[in-house]
Design a protein around this ligand. Sequence first.
Ligand code: SAM
Ligand code: SF4
Ligand code: SF4
Length: 339
Amino acid sequence: MLLLQDKLNRPLHDLRISVIDRCNFRCPYCMPEEKYSKHYTFLKEKEWLSFDEIIHLVQLFAKVGVRKIRLTGGEPLLRPNLDDLISDLVKIPGIEDIALTTNGALLSAYAQALKEAGLKRLAVSLDSLNPEIFKFLSGQKGNVNTVLDGIKAAEKAGFESIKINVVVQKGINDQSIIDLVKYFRGTPHILRFIEYMDVGNCNSWKLESVVPSKDILRMINEQFPLIAVKANYYGEVAKRYRFLDGKGEIGFISSVTQSFCGDCTRARISTDGKIYTCLFGREGQDLKTPLREGVGDQTLFEIIKRVWQKREDRYSELRSQIHSTDSTPAKVEMFQIGG
Ligand code: SAM
Ligand code: SF4
Ligand code: SF4
């Protein structure tokens, strides 16, 4: 097997695949309604990588060291027959782990099929239990009870420990943190508090809106004492903590205040088949065109190898430097390449 390393000696281990650029929510921090209204043109179906093309690429990526796949979007559950893709992905030699990130709105309908297809791990985004705040943060499109029902349906389908992703913004949903902790403490599910990031160019991100993980940790620890837990594996993004009274675990993803570029082993594939080596990338390398032209696997390997071997991304480490020279650096939008 050919194992790839980038310029900072990071291996290629994880692949995030955006299966669709559309979404049934309009979260202001990702896809604000004013920009992504009905007048916005999303990709046409023929521009999406087909399932056969995704499988083909994952087979190649598995041969250069990828072990983990995360399906994301946009909202991945809007992609028709996603369970068919999953049932083929789980059979690919070398792929040890497949996960899906969803906003949960359609989870009640699909949880059983996802489980039967062989999906092992699920992350559901849920920024507040307060119906008004939740609605605001979904761009007036979502209903918190539908998502909570989706989580229950996933439990019933056999997903034992679900990750619950919470993007925290100062003055918007920081008052929801303790409610979420109380709701999920004592369940097998793991809340993960994510620092609000300057992904893409459309969310008018400001550093002042970020709630540093250490502040959230302090706030939770005052009421529910926590103890740090070792990472499960090299490159784990979330810093883990356990409740001292044994009532479960939470995590923090601190891309802004404690960047983790040093062991970032992730590549991303956009819905239209471009490979990106950083969430904050500007341009991806097209894989779909050579795939559709029928070039051989050796040529595709060469493209992937070239892209990874010249990688030196570490945007989060350099964020303040980058912002000091360019206040709006051009970046791909998160829904196009997946979170
Ligand atoms: N639609 C699905 C969802 O919301 O779970 C999957 C795609 S979404 C882009 C993946 C993750 O990125 C979600 O957990 C979302 O909350 C997170 N996300 C989106 N914009 C973000 C931002 N500006 N900062 C931090 N996380 C963000
Ligand atoms: Fe859609 Fe997820 Fe982005 Fe919200 S975070 S707009 S649910 S893709
Ligand atoms: Fe990886 Fe880029 Fe995020 Fe750093 S900023 S952790 S290189 S995706």
